[in-house]
Design a protein around this ligand. Sequence first.
Ligand SMILES: Nc1ncnc2c1ncn2[C@@H]1O[C@H](COP(=O)(O)OP(=O)(O)OP(=O)(O)O)[C@@H](O)[C@H]1O
Length: 565
Amino acid sequence: MANNDDQPAIIEEKIVRVNGEVAIRQYSKGRFLGKGGFARCYEFASMETRKLTAAKIVPKASLTKSRAKQKLMTEIKIHRSLHHPNIVGFEHFFEDSENVYILLELCTNQTMNELLRRRKRLTELEVQCYLSQVISALSYLHGHRVIHRDLKLGNFFLSDKMEIKIGDFGLATKLEFDGEKKRTICGTPNYIAPEVLDGKQGHSYEVDIWSLGVVAYTLLVGKPPFETSDVKTTYRRIRMNAYSFPENVPLSEASKNLVTRILVTDPTKRPTLTEILAHEFFNQGNTIPKTLPPSTLACPPAASYLRQFMPGITSSASGNVRLTETTPSLPRSTARGVKDDFMNTDRPVKKEEINRQLRSSASTTGSEIWVKKWVDYSSKYGLGYTLSNGATGVFFNDSTKIILNVAGNKFKYLERKGAEKQDVCNTYLLTEYPKELQKKITLLQHFRSYLEGDIKQETGDVAQDDNFDENIIYVKKWMRTRHAIMFRLSNKIVQVNFQDHTEIILSSESRMVTYVNKKGERNTYPLANALESTNLEMTKRLKYTKEILSSMLSNPKQQEKEHEP
Ligand SMILES: Nc1ncnc2c1ncn2[C@@H]1O[C@H](COP(=O)(O)OP(=O)(O)OP(=O)(O)O)[C@@H](O)[C@H]1O
């Protein structure tokens, strides 16, 4: 039956049963909910059950081209197969002579677009809450080989209970097999991933991760990161990864760091959903509410509300909320967090801040060598570090490594080669090396001057590398967990630096353990004694070290992924 758009009407669905009988279901068409490119959406009430749904009405006249028809069929096919609390429920669909009707779970609180328009930007607690729900839905989608490809605020609906529901599967695709790449260029300009624009390599799940980063930025800052007045410039910015965090919006280092880690041009370098959830932004010691009160649709959450979830909050006039640091922390936000200050000429360098965050160990013990300082810039390039013997190294994201001697005139370049994937090492002078290493050497120099800072001021360093040629020590592997960073050195030292500034340095060769306690006091024990020790602080950390070590060894490919304790 035809519907005269803004007039109330009864819509009839003809159901032909298996035995040929025809039944009619009736819906009364109510409130207009909104319109998109193809569809107008109304509230429908079943005349039989009184149940309310949202009905997307697509005129058949708009489906004359086979592509449009195909697209609608794909949308229906994918959407109807999905069942998750954070995905708009698909009820069913039917057609009459004029329209296709798609009945969906009704989301009464509009979309996050309208929410952000009213609120300008959200507090970090709210962003934690909303993103957790989106991530949950995305894990489900990707687990079912579905890529949404159009994640944006306008496709995040809010239910009456204030849950997020991802909707609009008009651009979604289902992969036939893992590793398949898609080539269709689609998405919404502000949220589109660079590899989609590039179009050469094809794209996959990582496009959704990118859009998630754009969403996170938009919620925190109040506008999309690459937004300009014309689409071409927006695309250029996306390709160049040109965005910055406005000075006038107070944001925690953790939130900036999260966005920076996600908005990485190379899709293979973007974090997985598990890694995103394990990021410190979601682990700041506060509880994340499952949903938010409806009052937040219009106003920021009240301080009394926030206090329930965040014991140590400070809140700024803008309504943005930050966690105050209650415990000292590992330089978890070293270069990741201060990316904008590092190798970036656009912004002033806040060196004091960096130096404060960089930690140094007090002195050397015996002849062992360990990581003295490090800076995690794996969001772009890799991990830079200095060893206790004064050498500087970089573990690049492509797993190649460089280690520069103390004098700074010679370096070794290691790359994994052959079926065995053994590190092959070549030594070069800093004045004479293959051209293809130019970029890496420039990065090494940047890392070095960045890390150098207060090393030179320290006394008593064992700054020697006489035997650099024979005995090269470098970081072979590293990984971060929620609580710590772990390094495995080529001298068989395993070192774990915990967020509370304690450290375990384990030498499997000498079977000795060095423990640096919260006060920075350093003691070395035989491993057997340490395991039996009454120093519970140490034994707990030692146990944790052994756990992550064994998980790393049993699954070497996971070396740079995060592990739960
Ligand atoms: N489940 C729902 N609950 C409430 N309102 C809805 C629902 N689905 C859609 N709407 C409303 O209808 C509008 C149009 O829906 P939708 O965006 O899915 O249509 P579309 O034509 O596929 O859009 P697009 O142009 O983004 O592809 C939405 O902006 C929203 O206001």
